[in-house]
Design a protein around this ligand. Structure first.
Ligand code: FMN
Ligand code: SF4
Length: 405
């Protein structure tokens, strides 16, 4: 069962004509000719589509909040920042099927009453950026963007915006600051972007993969979508699978697959290798030891393994866990935006401790400091990046994977 990649051809990108041939923009046509904006929101809500950017928030509920605001200007933003190591699903969507994302954005903007939309892309994604720019141009030329779209009363201006590739700019409020030309630092929440977002106006921020599902749901109906996968986490998911597997790559699977099944789809564990653990969700993801491989990662509350962005890293028993820990903390220390002390100083201190662990100089003082720092990063930072920096480390301690801890 495929929704997002069903028309992809490996090595090729679906251009405007290709996209029309596989039924592209039919959903938009249906929306503009036959559906009121409230009906679009209700349909998406019924589908139970959850955001694929990590947190799994209901798309329908988010759209409803913005749609019900009475206001002169609203904004619609697609988040294609994807700067966390191990993730390459949104970039692949942008490269292979840019119109699928744009169609979701245009439908979304209509549903919530936004007349201005931005696609925020990681500035290092040159090929995806090029494909998206061409797709936007094709939309303007074919009356799918601009004034009176498809002869309706709906107008929408849509622009691509290149970020500088900072991880924090994937966080929605930092992304909005960056779009406004400010430093890419998160804002205090609440207010959330739905209430006060870009230029303090009600704003939807949705992940690129989330939006790529929208046209399918409009065409096939929310009921059909809700039947796929699991009732509390419906649909399919793009998994970026990497590491010690036979065929690393991007896989679209229904949301009822266990981690073991996902690994099997990628050709299974690489011959001659043994799995040490799987990490689900990128560098900020949970560690899955071998005895938990039969778990289904999901967006459900209280899920044993949260699915996050869907990155799956298979780490072989040959890898040195201490060096992996160092590479994780190195990433978070480098990407800490510096706005709050616990994260700016905490990730720096943690990195020094892990460096001593790698060089064999770790002592009892380091052990005590390590536990204090984990608590600080987990509980006191301004935004979730600080918390993210210790998710995997906490699992390493939980599963007693390093004797010095
Ligand atoms: C540090 C950090 C980085 C994030 N990076 C991304 C990202 O690259 N792409 C993304 O879609 N969401 C990212 N998010 C989540 C966004 O803040 C936001 O929840 C998401 O774009 C909402 O879209 P969705 O509801 O469709 O998932 C990040 C969050 C945090 C805290
Ligand atoms: S937790 Fe880190 S990334 Fe978030 S505001 Fe503080 S310094 Fe910046």
């Amino acid at each position: 069962m495929k929704i997002l990649t069903k028309d992809w051809v490996i090595g090729e990108s679906l251009n405007f004509q290709d996209y029309l041939k596989v039924g592209g923009y039919k959903a938009l046509r249906k929306v503009l000719k036959k559906m009121k904006s409230t009906e679009v929101v209700a349909e998406l809500k019924k589908s139970k589509l959850q955001g694929r950017g990590g947190a799994g928030f209901s798309l329908g509920s988010k759209w409803e909040i913005v749609a019900t605001k009475k206001c002169d200007q609203k904004y619609f933003i697609c988040n294609l920042d994807e700067s966390e190591p191990g993730n390459f699903k949104d970039k692949s969507l942008g490269e292979n099927s840019p119109h699928q994302i744009l169609e979701g954005m245009i439908i979304g903007a209509y549903a919530v009453g936004a007349s201005k939309a931005f696609l925020y892309i990681n500035g290092t994604f040159a090929m995806a950026g090029q494909k998206i720019e061409q797709a936007i141009e094709d939309c303007y030329q074919n009356n799918l963007l601009g004034k009176n779209i498809l002869a309706s009363k709906f107008d929408l201006e849509l622009e691509i915006f290149y970020g500088a590739g900072a991880y924090i700019c994937g966080e929605e409020s930092a992304l909005i600051n960056s779009l406004e030309g400010k430093r890419g630092e998160p804002r205090l929440k609440p207010p959330y972007p739905c209430d006060s977002g870009l230029f303090r106006k009600p704003t939807v921020v949705n992940n690129a993969e989330t939006l790529a599902n929208v046209a399918w749901i409009i065409e096939n109906g929310a009921v059909e979508f809700a039947k796929i996968g699991k009732p509390d986490s419906p649909g399919t998911k793009l998994f970026s699978v990497d590491g010690a597997v036979e065929r690393p790559g991007l896989y679209e699977l229904t949301m009822d697959n266990t981690i073991e099944q996902i690994i099997r789809t990628a050709g299974g564990v690489k011959e001659g290798f043994e799995i040490q653990f799987i990490q689900v969700g990128g560098s900020s993801g949970r560690i899955v030891p071998r005895f938990l491989l039969s778990e289904i990662p999901s967006y459900s509350r209280g899920a044993v393994i949260p699915i996050g962005s869907g990155a799956i890293l298979a780490v072989s028993a040959n890898e040195d866990l201490k060096k992996i820990l160092l590479s994780w903390i190195n990433f978070f220390q480098r990407e800490s935006c510096g706005k709050c002390v616990p994260c700016r100083e905490g990730t720096f201190r943690l990195k020094s401790i892990i460096e001593r662990l790698v060089s064999g100089d770790f002592d009892q003082n380091d052990r005590q400091d390590l536990h204090k720092l984990i608590w600080t990063l987990d509980n006191t930072t301004f935004c979730p990046l600080g918390k993210f920096s210790v998710v995997a480390l906490k699992d390493v301690i939980r599963y007693k994977m390093i004797k010095e801890f």
